[in-house]
Design a protein around this ligand. Sequence first.
Ligand code: CP3
Length: 370
Amino acid sequence: MTVSPPPTTPSATAPASALPAGHPLVDGRTAGAPLLAAYRGRRPDRRPVWFMRQAGRSLPEYREVRRGIGMLESCLQPDLAAEITLQPVRRHRVDAAILFSDIVVPLKLAGVDVEIVAGTGPVVASPVRTAADVAALPPLDPDALAPVAAEAAAVVAELGGTPLIGFAGAPFTLASYLVEGGPSKDHRRTKTLMHAAPQVWHALAAWTAGVTTAFLRAQVLAGASAVQVFDSWAGALSRPDYQAFVAEHSAAVFAGVADLGVPRVHFGVGTGELLTAMRDVGADVLGIDHRVPLDVATARLGGGVPVQGNIDPALLFAGERALHEHTLDVIRRGAAAPGHVLNLGHGVPPDTDPGVLTELVEFIHAQPGT
Ligand code: CP3
Protein backbone atom coordinates (compact mmCIF):
# COMPACT_ATOMS: atom_id res chain seq x y z
CA MET A 1 0.00 0.00 0.00
CA THR A 2 1.33 3.45 -0.88
CA VAL A 3 1.33 6.42 1.48
CA SER A 4 -1.17 8.83 0.02
CA PRO A 5 -0.82 12.51 0.95
CA PRO A 6 -2.96 13.20 4.02
CA PRO A 7 -5.62 15.91 3.98
CA THR A 8 -4.31 19.35 4.85
CA THR A 9 -5.64 22.65 6.06
CA PRO A 10 -3.71 25.89 5.70
CA SER A 11 -4.23 27.03 9.30
CA ALA A 12 -1.63 26.39 12.00
CA THR A 13 -4.36 26.80 14.61
CA ALA A 14 -6.79 24.34 13.10
CA PRO A 15 -9.28 22.95 15.61
CA ALA A 16 -8.29 19.61 17.08
CA SER A 17 -11.33 18.00 15.46
CA ALA A 18 -9.25 15.56 13.41
CA LEU A 19 -8.10 13.97 16.68
CA PRO A 20 -9.91 10.95 18.14
CA ALA A 21 -12.21 11.38 21.16
CA GLY A 22 -9.80 9.90 23.72
CA HIS A 23 -6.88 12.13 22.70
CA PRO A 24 -5.42 14.17 25.63
CA LEU A 25 -6.07 17.43 23.75
CA VAL A 26 -9.68 16.46 23.16
CA ASP A 27 -10.52 15.13 26.64
CA GLY A 28 -8.61 18.03 28.20
CA ARG A 29 -5.84 16.11 30.02
CA THR A 30 -3.05 18.24 28.53
CA ALA A 31 -5.17 21.39 28.13
CA GLY A 32 -3.42 23.18 30.99
CA ALA A 33 0.11 22.02 30.20
CA PRO A 34 2.73 24.83 30.46
CA LEU A 35 4.57 23.31 27.46
CA LEU A 36 1.58 23.76 25.16
CA ALA A 37 0.84 27.26 26.46
CA ALA A 38 4.42 28.33 25.65
CA TYR A 39 4.29 26.63 22.23
CA ARG A 40 1.14 28.66 21.53
CA GLY A 41 2.91 31.91 22.40
CA ARG A 42 1.72 32.35 25.97
CA ARG A 43 3.69 32.77 29.20
CA PRO A 44 2.63 30.10 31.73
CA ASP A 45 3.44 30.48 35.47
CA ARG A 46 5.75 27.48 35.39
CA ARG A 47 8.61 27.63 32.90
CA PRO A 48 8.42 24.49 30.74
CA VAL A 49 11.60 22.49 30.13
CA TRP A 50 12.50 19.20 28.46
CA PHE A 51 15.71 17.92 26.89
CA MET A 52 16.35 16.62 23.40
CA ARG A 53 17.66 13.04 23.77
CA GLN A 54 16.45 12.93 27.38
CA ALA A 55 15.43 9.29 26.91
CA GLY A 56 18.63 7.40 26.42
CA ARG A 57 22.16 6.69 27.25
CA SER A 58 22.73 9.18 30.05
CA LEU A 59 20.37 7.16 32.29
CA PRO A 60 21.58 4.00 34.08
CA GLU A 61 18.00 2.66 34.14
CA TYR A 62 17.99 2.97 30.33
CA ARG A 63 21.24 1.03 29.93
CA GLU A 64 19.80 -1.58 32.26
CA VAL A 65 16.62 -2.27 30.25
CA ARG A 66 18.42 -2.04 26.88
CA ARG A 67 21.02 -4.69 27.78
CA GLY A 68 21.32 -7.18 24.91
CA ILE A 69 18.59 -5.54 22.79
CA GLY A 70 19.46 -3.69 19.58
CA MET A 71 18.55 -0.01 19.30
CA LEU A 72 15.90 -0.30 16.56
CA GLU A 73 14.63 -3.56 18.03
CA SER A 74 14.02 -1.75 21.33
CA CYS A 75 12.13 1.05 19.54
CA LEU A 76 9.72 -1.53 18.12
CA GLN A 77 8.87 -3.24 21.42
CA PRO A 78 6.00 -0.99 22.57
CA ASP A 79 6.14 -1.78 26.30
CA LEU A 80 9.92 -1.48 26.54
CA ALA A 81 10.02 1.70 24.43
CA ALA A 82 7.18 3.22 26.49
CA GLU A 83 9.08 2.48 29.70
CA ILE A 84 12.22 4.18 28.28
CA THR A 85 10.11 7.20 27.23
CA LEU A 86 8.77 7.55 30.78
CA GLN A 87 12.11 7.13 32.61
CA PRO A 88 13.34 10.75 32.22
CA VAL A 89 9.88 12.15 33.05
CA ARG A 90 9.83 10.28 36.36
CA ARG A 91 13.45 11.04 37.19
CA HIS A 92 13.80 14.69 36.10
CA ARG A 93 10.20 15.96 36.34
CA VAL A 94 10.49 17.51 32.89
CA ASP A 95 7.40 19.11 31.32
CA ALA A 96 7.19 16.73 28.36
CA ALA A 97 7.96 13.21 27.30
CA ILE A 98 9.49 12.61 23.87
CA LEU A 99 8.76 9.28 22.31
CA PHE A 100 11.68 6.86 22.49
CA SER A 101 12.25 6.04 18.84
CA ASP A 102 14.56 7.23 16.08
CA ILE A 103 14.26 9.23 12.88
CA VAL A 104 15.17 6.10 10.87
CA VAL A 105 12.38 3.94 12.39
CA PRO A 106 9.89 4.74 9.56
CA LEU A 107 12.60 3.84 7.02
CA LYS A 108 13.08 0.51 8.76
CA LEU A 109 9.31 -0.07 8.86
CA ALA A 110 9.10 0.65 5.13
CA GLY A 111 11.63 -2.15 4.61
CA VAL A 112 14.88 -0.19 4.13
CA ASP A 113 17.89 -2.14 5.42
CA VAL A 114 19.08 0.30 8.11
CA GLU A 115 20.69 -0.28 11.47
CA ILE A 116 21.91 2.00 14.22
CA VAL A 117 25.54 1.30 15.03
CA ALA A 118 26.48 2.33 18.57
CA GLY A 119 28.76 5.35 18.59
CA THR A 120 28.26 5.93 14.84
CA GLY A 121 24.56 6.39 14.10
CA PRO A 122 22.33 5.08 11.31
CA VAL A 123 24.01 2.94 8.63
CA VAL A 124 22.14 2.06 5.42
CA ALA A 125 23.19 -1.20 3.72
CA SER A 126 22.44 -0.07 0.13
CA PRO A 127 22.79 3.71 -0.27
CA VAL A 128 20.22 5.42 -2.52
CA ARG A 129 22.03 7.35 -5.27
CA THR A 130 20.36 6.76 -8.64
CA ALA A 131 16.90 7.06 -10.21
CA ALA A 132 16.63 3.26 -10.07
CA ASP A 133 17.55 3.26 -6.35
CA VAL A 134 14.81 5.82 -5.63
CA ALA A 135 12.24 3.96 -7.74
CA ALA A 136 13.04 0.80 -5.77
CA LEU A 137 12.32 2.39 -2.37
CA PRO A 138 9.52 0.37 -0.81
CA PRO A 139 6.20 2.04 0.03
CA LEU A 140 5.36 2.30 3.73
CA ASP A 141 2.34 0.21 4.69
CA PRO A 142 0.55 2.32 7.35
CA ASP A 143 -0.17 -0.90 9.30
CA ALA A 144 3.58 -1.28 9.81
CA LEU A 145 3.42 1.75 12.14
CA ALA A 146 1.31 -0.20 14.66
CA PRO A 147 4.19 -0.68 17.17
CA VAL A 148 4.83 3.09 17.16
CA ALA A 149 1.15 3.84 17.80
CA ALA A 150 1.02 1.18 20.52
CA GLU A 151 4.06 2.70 22.23
CA ALA A 152 2.60 6.23 22.10
CA ALA A 153 -0.74 5.00 23.48
CA ALA A 154 1.00 3.16 26.34
CA VAL A 155 3.01 6.28 27.21
CA VAL A 156 0.00 8.60 27.13
CA ALA A 157 -1.97 6.25 29.39
CA GLU A 158 0.70 6.88 32.09
CA LEU A 159 1.43 10.56 31.55
CA GLY A 160 -1.68 12.30 32.87
CA GLY A 161 -1.35 16.04 32.25
CA THR A 162 2.20 15.87 30.88
CA PRO A 163 2.22 16.08 27.09
CA LEU A 164 3.93 13.54 24.83
CA ILE A 165 5.93 15.05 21.97
CA GLY A 166 6.03 13.04 18.76
CA PHE A 167 8.94 13.56 16.38
CA ALA A 168 10.37 12.72 12.98
CA GLY A 169 13.36 13.52 10.83
CA ALA A 170 12.92 16.17 8.14
CA PRO A 171 13.23 15.05 4.50
CA PHE A 172 16.77 16.47 4.04
CA THR A 173 18.29 14.89 7.16
CA LEU A 174 16.66 11.53 6.45
CA ALA A 175 17.55 11.62 2.76
CA SER A 176 21.13 12.44 3.68
CA TYR A 177 21.42 9.18 5.65
CA LEU A 178 19.96 7.29 2.68
CA VAL A 179 22.31 8.89 0.13
CA GLU A 180 25.50 8.92 2.20
CA GLY A 181 24.81 5.45 3.65
CA GLY A 182 25.62 6.76 7.12
CA PRO A 183 26.67 9.88 8.99
CA SER A 184 28.55 12.46 6.93
CA LYS A 185 30.47 15.61 7.80
CA ASP A 186 30.05 17.45 4.50
CA HIS A 187 26.98 15.73 2.96
CA ARG A 188 28.86 15.82 -0.34
CA ARG A 189 27.06 12.99 -2.08
CA THR A 190 23.68 14.44 -1.07
CA LYS A 191 24.55 17.89 -2.43
CA THR A 192 25.96 16.28 -5.56
CA LEU A 193 22.67 14.48 -6.14
CA MET A 194 20.71 17.72 -5.64
CA HIS A 195 22.71 19.62 -8.23
CA ALA A 196 23.62 16.87 -10.70
CA ALA A 197 20.28 15.04 -10.77
CA PRO A 198 17.64 17.36 -9.31
CA GLN A 199 14.72 15.19 -10.42
CA VAL A 200 16.14 12.16 -8.65
CA TRP A 201 16.76 14.27 -5.55
CA HIS A 202 13.20 15.63 -5.55
CA ALA A 203 11.74 12.14 -5.95
CA LEU A 204 13.82 10.91 -3.00
CA ALA A 205 12.92 13.91 -0.81
CA ALA A 206 9.22 13.44 -1.66
CA TRP A 207 9.45 9.78 -0.62
CA THR A 208 11.10 10.65 2.71
CA ALA A 209 8.48 13.37 3.29
CA GLY A 210 5.75 10.77 2.82
CA VAL A 211 7.14 8.24 5.30
CA THR A 212 8.02 10.92 7.85
CA THR A 213 4.50 12.42 7.65
CA ALA A 214 2.96 8.98 8.20
CA PHE A 215 5.28 8.46 11.21
CA LEU A 216 4.19 11.80 12.74
CA ARG A 217 0.50 11.19 12.14
CA ALA A 218 0.66 7.77 13.80
CA GLN A 219 2.17 9.35 16.93
CA VAL A 220 -0.33 12.21 17.14
CA LEU A 221 -3.37 10.05 16.47
CA ALA A 222 -2.18 7.72 19.26
CA GLY A 223 -1.95 10.61 21.73
CA ALA A 224 1.02 12.97 21.15
CA SER A 225 0.07 16.59 21.90
CA ALA A 226 2.88 18.28 19.92
CA VAL A 227 5.43 17.30 17.28
CA GLN A 228 9.03 18.20 16.57
CA VAL A 229 10.64 17.83 13.16
CA PHE A 230 14.42 17.40 13.36
CA ASP A 231 16.33 18.76 10.38
CA SER A 232 19.50 18.16 12.32
CA TRP A 233 21.91 18.51 9.40
CA ALA A 234 20.17 21.32 7.41
CA GLY A 235 22.89 23.68 8.67
CA ALA A 236 25.14 22.14 6.00
CA LEU A 237 23.04 23.89 3.34
CA SER A 238 23.17 27.42 1.97
CA ARG A 239 19.91 29.31 2.10
CA PRO A 240 19.47 29.18 -1.70
CA ASP A 241 19.99 25.40 -1.66
CA TYR A 242 17.54 25.03 1.22
CA GLN A 243 14.94 27.03 -0.71
CA ALA A 244 15.50 25.22 -4.00
CA PHE A 245 15.83 21.63 -2.82
CA VAL A 246 14.43 21.22 0.67
CA ALA A 247 11.76 23.77 1.59
CA GLU A 248 8.90 22.30 -0.47
CA HIS A 249 9.45 18.83 0.99
CA SER A 250 9.60 20.04 4.59
CA ALA A 251 6.50 22.15 3.87
CA ALA A 252 4.71 18.98 2.75
CA VAL A 253 5.47 17.39 6.14
CA PHE A 254 4.19 20.40 8.12
CA ALA A 255 1.07 20.67 5.92
CA GLY A 256 0.56 16.94 6.26
CA VAL A 257 -0.10 17.25 10.01
CA ALA A 258 -1.78 20.69 9.99
CA ASP A 259 -5.30 19.26 10.28
CA LEU A 260 -4.37 17.64 13.61
CA GLY A 261 -3.99 21.07 15.23
CA VAL A 262 -0.97 20.24 17.42
CA PRO A 263 1.94 22.69 17.81
CA ARG A 264 4.70 21.90 15.30
CA VAL A 265 8.32 22.58 16.33
CA HIS A 266 11.12 22.76 13.74
CA PHE A 267 14.73 22.27 14.89
CA GLY A 268 18.11 22.22 13.18
CA VAL A 269 21.76 22.48 14.19
CA GLY A 270 23.83 25.39 12.86
CA THR A 271 20.75 26.76 11.10
CA GLY A 272 21.06 30.40 12.22
CA GLU A 273 21.07 31.50 8.56
CA LEU A 274 17.94 29.44 7.81
CA LEU A 275 15.64 30.46 10.67
CA THR A 276 13.07 32.38 8.63
CA ALA A 277 13.12 29.75 5.87
CA MET A 278 12.52 27.03 8.48
CA ARG A 279 9.59 29.03 9.88
CA ASP A 280 8.12 29.64 6.45
CA VAL A 281 7.71 25.93 5.69
CA GLY A 282 4.91 25.91 8.26
CA ALA A 283 6.47 25.65 11.73
CA ASP A 284 4.64 27.09 14.73
CA VAL A 285 7.73 27.05 17.01
CA LEU A 286 11.45 27.21 16.19
CA GLY A 287 14.00 25.15 18.10
CA ILE A 288 17.22 27.17 18.29
CA ASP A 289 20.65 25.62 18.81
CA HIS A 290 23.18 27.16 21.20
CA ARG A 291 25.02 29.16 18.52
CA VAL A 292 22.38 31.89 18.18
CA PRO A 293 21.21 33.73 21.34
CA LEU A 294 17.42 33.62 21.65
CA ASP A 295 16.99 37.40 21.48
CA VAL A 296 19.02 37.47 18.24
CA ALA A 297 17.00 34.54 16.84
CA THR A 298 13.76 36.30 17.81
CA ALA A 299 14.86 39.52 16.07
CA ARG A 300 15.69 37.51 12.92
CA LEU A 301 12.22 35.96 13.09
CA GLY A 302 10.52 39.34 13.43
CA GLY A 303 9.35 38.69 16.99
CA GLY A 304 6.25 36.61 16.31
CA VAL A 305 7.52 33.07 16.82
CA PRO A 306 7.70 31.07 20.08
CA VAL A 307 11.17 29.57 20.57
CA GLN A 308 12.68 26.51 22.21
CA GLY A 309 16.23 26.20 23.51
CA ASN A 310 19.10 26.78 23.88
CA ILE A 311 21.34 25.88 26.82
CA ASP A 312 24.76 24.85 25.50
CA PRO A 313 25.09 21.10 26.30
CA ALA A 314 28.77 21.67 27.12
CA LEU A 315 27.72 23.79 30.10
CA LEU A 316 26.23 20.65 31.73
CA PHE A 317 29.86 19.82 32.56
CA ALA A 318 30.95 23.30 33.71
CA GLY A 319 29.71 23.20 37.30
CA GLU A 320 26.51 24.44 38.90
CA ARG A 321 27.44 28.13 39.08
CA ALA A 322 28.37 28.46 35.40
CA LEU A 323 25.36 26.39 34.34
CA HIS A 324 22.97 28.50 36.41
CA GLU A 325 24.40 31.80 35.11
CA HIS A 326 24.16 30.57 31.53
CA THR A 327 20.58 29.31 32.08
CA LEU A 328 19.50 32.67 33.52
CA ASP A 329 20.98 34.37 30.46
CA VAL A 330 19.01 32.00 28.20
CA ILE A 331 15.83 32.80 30.17
CA ARG A 332 16.45 36.57 29.91
CA ARG A 333 17.06 36.39 26.17
CA GLY A 334 14.08 34.07 25.67
CA ALA A 335 11.82 36.75 27.15
CA ALA A 336 12.05 38.51 23.76
CA ALA A 337 9.93 35.76 22.15
CA PRO A 338 6.18 35.35 22.56
CA GLY A 339 6.66 31.95 24.21
CA HIS A 340 9.76 30.09 25.43
CA VAL A 341 10.33 26.40 26.20
CA LEU A 342 13.69 25.72 27.86
CA ASN A 343 15.77 22.98 26.25
CA LEU A 344 19.38 22.31 25.31
CA GLY A 345 20.84 23.64 22.06
CA HIS A 346 21.24 20.01 20.94
CA GLY A 347 20.88 16.56 22.52
CA VAL A 348 21.94 15.40 25.98
CA PRO A 349 25.54 14.12 25.69
CA PRO A 350 25.68 10.41 26.64
CA ASP A 351 28.17 10.99 29.48
CA THR A 352 26.04 13.64 31.22
CA ASP A 353 25.56 13.16 34.97
CA PRO A 354 21.76 12.66 35.23
CA GLY A 355 21.81 14.46 38.59
CA VAL A 356 22.87 17.66 36.79
CA LEU A 357 19.77 17.46 34.59
CA THR A 358 17.42 16.83 37.54
CA GLU A 359 18.91 19.80 39.39
CA LEU A 360 18.68 21.98 36.28
CA VAL A 361 14.95 21.25 35.93
CA GLU A 362 14.45 22.20 39.61
CA PHE A 363 16.42 25.41 39.09
CA ILE A 364 14.38 26.37 36.01
CA HIS A 365 11.07 25.63 37.74
CA ALA A 366 12.17 27.76 40.71
CA GLN A 367 12.62 30.83 38.52
CA PRO A 368 9.63 33.15 38.71
CA GLY A 369 7.41 33.02 35.61
CA THR A 370 6.84 36.07 33.45
O1 CP3 B 1 15.11 12.60 22.45
C1 CP3 B 1 14.88 11.48 22.90
O2 CP3 B 1 15.22 11.14 24.03
C2 CP3 B 1 14.02 10.52 22.09
C3 CP3 B 1 14.74 9.56 21.34
C4 CP3 B 1 15.53 9.95 20.09
C5 CP3 B 1 16.56 9.09 19.60
N1 CP3 B 1 16.96 9.56 18.40
C6 CP3 B 1 17.02 7.87 20.28
C7 CP3 B 1 18.40 7.43 20.03
C8 CP3 B 1 15.39 10.99 19.18
C9 CP3 B 1 14.48 12.21 19.23
C10 CP3 B 1 16.30 10.73 18.12
C11 CP3 B 1 16.38 11.58 16.92
C12 CP3 B 1 17.54 11.42 16.02
N2 CP3 B 1 18.16 10.28 15.62
C13 CP3 B 1 18.14 12.49 15.33
C14 CP3 B 1 17.70 13.93 15.45
C15 CP3 B 1 18.13 14.49 16.75
C16 CP3 B 1 19.51 15.06 16.79
O3 CP3 B 1 20.26 14.62 17.67
O4 CP3 B 1 19.83 15.94 16.00
C17 CP3 B 1 19.17 11.98 14.55
C18 CP3 B 1 20.10 12.78 13.67
C19 CP3 B 1 19.17 10.58 14.73
C20 CP3 B 1 20.07 9.56 14.10
C21 CP3 B 1 20.88 8.92 15.17
N3 CP3 B 1 20.42 7.87 15.95
C22 CP3 B 1 22.17 9.30 15.65
C23 CP3 B 1 23.03 10.38 15.06
C24 CP3 B 1 22.45 8.46 16.73
C25 CP3 B 1 23.66 8.50 17.66
C26 CP3 B 1 24.67 7.46 17.37
C27 CP3 B 1 25.51 7.22 18.60
O5 CP3 B 1 25.42 6.09 19.14
O6 CP3 B 1 26.25 8.11 19.02
C28 CP3 B 1 21.38 7.57 16.89
C29 CP3 B 1 21.24 6.52 17.92
C30 CP3 B 1 20.27 6.82 19.00
N4 CP3 B 1 19.03 7.33 18.82
C31 CP3 B 1 20.47 6.55 20.37
C32 CP3 B 1 19.29 6.92 21.03
C33 CP3 B 1 18.97 6.78 22.48
C34 CP3 B 1 21.70 5.94 20.97
C35 CP3 B 1 21.70 4.46 20.73
C36 CP3 B 1 21.89 3.63 21.97
O7 CP3 B 1 21.50 4.04 23.08
O8 CP3 B 1 22.39 2.51 21.81
